[in-house]
Design a binder for this molecule. Structure first.
Ligand code: GDP
Length: 565
């Protein structure tokens, strides 16, 4: 039951017969995966750590923290070195644990908001989302942004309101905020009794059990918790709680029974209703309750839609999967690349031969590569099932969005969209002798999706690339990696824009996107660029300019992201 990062290695194969004896169907049914989204500092690391404890992965829990802490404190280069030593990167990885016969994959998302693009991609591979909120702060910007993506993908969303051991906003207010801002229903599964110094525990509404808050030691699983029944143990509860809290609890209980949305599994599974939990991750209070309901109601590995609109069920007889994340050069001594693949259907086994959506039909790839590069954290995967994520050694064959499959019918999952960047800068290579390395490095980093690249639209063929990022740190990582891995001292020249909009071809007409854009005449305060597929992208300085443009040219179809063609 240790947390592990699934890797495929050819050397030192350890036999892993988990599952090869168990029917494939059962393996699919017992799998649940989840991605945690939150604003930095709301306790994601702590929460993840505690979840892992339920799988008995005590050491791993420490590792999550060490990794995150260093990510926050170190300079970029140190940070990258350290991530490399651990064999895990700033980018998303997977932590797996077993609990009560279930196999849980936590699709880890980067803590730093500059890497939210990685989180977006991870959500493409996730079946469930847990949203963490800081009880004192309510919804914060990063959470809002990530919620949009979860919503777009109709992912079931559980909410954990963290830090109840600190002074908190009213739980009613927190639920209202979710309902009003996100337009979804809330169903409190537990309800807090007091907050801060007077946090006494939570009422589990379904069972009417009051779980009393006891501070557990950080590294321990919560000790057997004192649990009292609302009615049967009313007397004891009344003695235990201060009078105003006891009264409040009874009142809340009555109000919620009347007013709160009833639990509705279908609404949860379609992302229209979020069950809400309250707790304190740091003292490991309330995490187990969330886990219990997650295992009961969370979505099992889900079918995926193909680009053609058909669906692939997890129990489809052929193997299918898609690449959602690339990482390169985790060990500077070897030019290694890893591609993370989400398995959609069938059974994966090490060394299997598969077809590839971008390669000629009939051409096959073998899913295994020797590698000496991965740190001690990694384990070889012999067999994996739908819902799992497997890291494949990637000799350059894979790009984000690629589909892999067995069987004769060609399979293509839809592309994973890129999201609107907010920072733009020309990138230059001042050393003509390094041109080849510069281009090679840029190409690799673009493939990984470390940044996006645009070019100015110009008739002179001036082709200075523009790097487009969500956060400053992305730039720093790119410059650092160009230097360390490709020996290139690239320079950035920032551009004064904060918004990118793709121009889409007008619906139901044969006009091209470029013609549609040009028909608006020369636009002021707008920078004309094109993406890697020569599609028009306009850059704007601020919302004000964008609103003015939309008002003046209501027919122009603008998108904040665009799928690869
Ligand atoms: P992340 O940035 O979302 O990964 O957050 P961390 O897990 O690193 O937590 C941020 C800070 O909040 C740390 O100082 C934690 O110790 C603290 N923290 C996390 N959970 C709780 C909690 O339940 N109660 C309190 N009081 N502090 C918490």
């Amino acid at each position: 039951g240790n947390s592990r990062i699934n890797m495929v290695l050819e050397e030192d194969a350890v036999s892993n017969t988990d599952g090869s004896v168990v029917a494939e169907k059962r393996e699919i049914e017992r799998r649940r995966n989840l991605a945690v989204i939150s604003h930095p500092d709301s306790g994601k690391t702590t929460f993840t750590e505690k979840l892992l404890l339920y799988g008995g992965a005590i050491n791993q829990a420490g590792a999550v923290r060490a990794r995150r802490n260093s990510a926050q404190k170190m300079a970029v280069s140190d940070w990258m070195k350290m991530e490399q030593e651990r064999g895990i990167s700033i980018t998303s990885t997977v932590l797996t644990f077993e609990h009560n016969g279930m196999c849980v994959n936590i699709l880890d998302t980067p803590g730093h908001n500059d890497f939210s693009e990685d989180t977006f991609r991870t959500l493409a591979a996730a079946d469930n989302v847990v949203m963490l909120m800081d009880a004192a702060k309510g919804l914060e910007p990063q959470t809002r942004k990530l919620f949009e993506v979860a919503r777009m993908r109709q992912l079931p969303l559980m909410t954990f309101v963290n830090k109840m051991d600190r002074p908190a906003m009213s739980p009613y207010e927190l639920c209202d905020q979710i309902e009003l801002e996100f337009g979804i229903q809330t169903c409190p599964m537990v309800w807090p009794i007091g907050d801060g110094e007077r946090f006494k525990g939570v009422l589990e509404r379904d069972t009417q059990l009051v779980h009393l808050f006891q501070r557990a030691e950080r590294t321990k699983k919560a000790t057997a918790q004192a649990v009292l029944h609302m009615e049967r143990d009313a007397h004891a509860l009344q003695e235990l709680l201060e009078p105003d809290l006891w009264e409040q609890l009874q009142e809340d209980h009555a109000i919620l029974s009347e007013m709160a949305h009833a639990w509705d599994l279908d609404a949860f599974l379609s992302g229209d209703l979020t069950p809400v939990f309250f707790g304190s991750a740091i003292t490991n209070f309330g995490v187990e309750l969330l886990l219990k309901y997650f295992l009961q109601y969370g979505r099992a590995p889900a079918p995926r839609e193909l680009a053609s609109g058909e669906h692939i069920e997890p129990n489809h007889s052929e193997f299918t999967g898609f690449i959602f994340k690339l990482q390169a050069n985790m060990d500077p001594k070897h030019r290694d690349r890893v591609a993370y693949m989400r398995i959609v259907s069938g059974k994966f086994s090490r060394g299997m031969k598969v077809s590839h959506s971008r390669l000629k039909a009939g051409k096959q790839l073998t899913l295994s590569r020797p590698s000496k590069l991965f740190g001690s954290d990694r384990e070889i995967v012999e067999i994996a099932y739908p819902g799992d994520v497997v890291g494949l050694a990637n000799p350059g064959a894979f790009a984000i969005g690629d589909s892999l499959y067995t069987g004769s019918s060609r399979i293509r999952f839809p592309a994973i969209p890129s999201f609107s960047p907010e920072l733009f800068a020309y990138v230059q290579n001042p050393q003509p002798g390094q041109r080849k390395n510069f281009l090679k490095g840029l190409d690799q980093l673009l493939q990984e999706g470390a940044v996006q690249m645009l070019r100015a639209r110009s008739d002179q063929g001036m082709e200075t690339p523009i790097l487009a990022a969500v956060g400053q740190l992305q730039y720093e990582v790119v410059l650092q990696r160009l230097k360390d891995e490709y020996g290139v001292d690239a320079r950035l020249e920032p551009l004064p824009y904060t918004i990118a909009r793709w121009v889409a071809p007008p619906a139901g007409s044969s006009t091209s996107a470029w013609d549609a854009l040009d028909s608006c005449g020369k636009l002021y305060n707008v920078f004309y660029a094109k993406d890697a597929y020569e599609r028009p992208v306009i850059l704007l300085k601020n919302e004000w300019n964008l609103n003015a443009l939309v008002e003046d040219h209501p027919k122009l179809e603008l998108r904040s992201f665009m799928y690869a063609p």
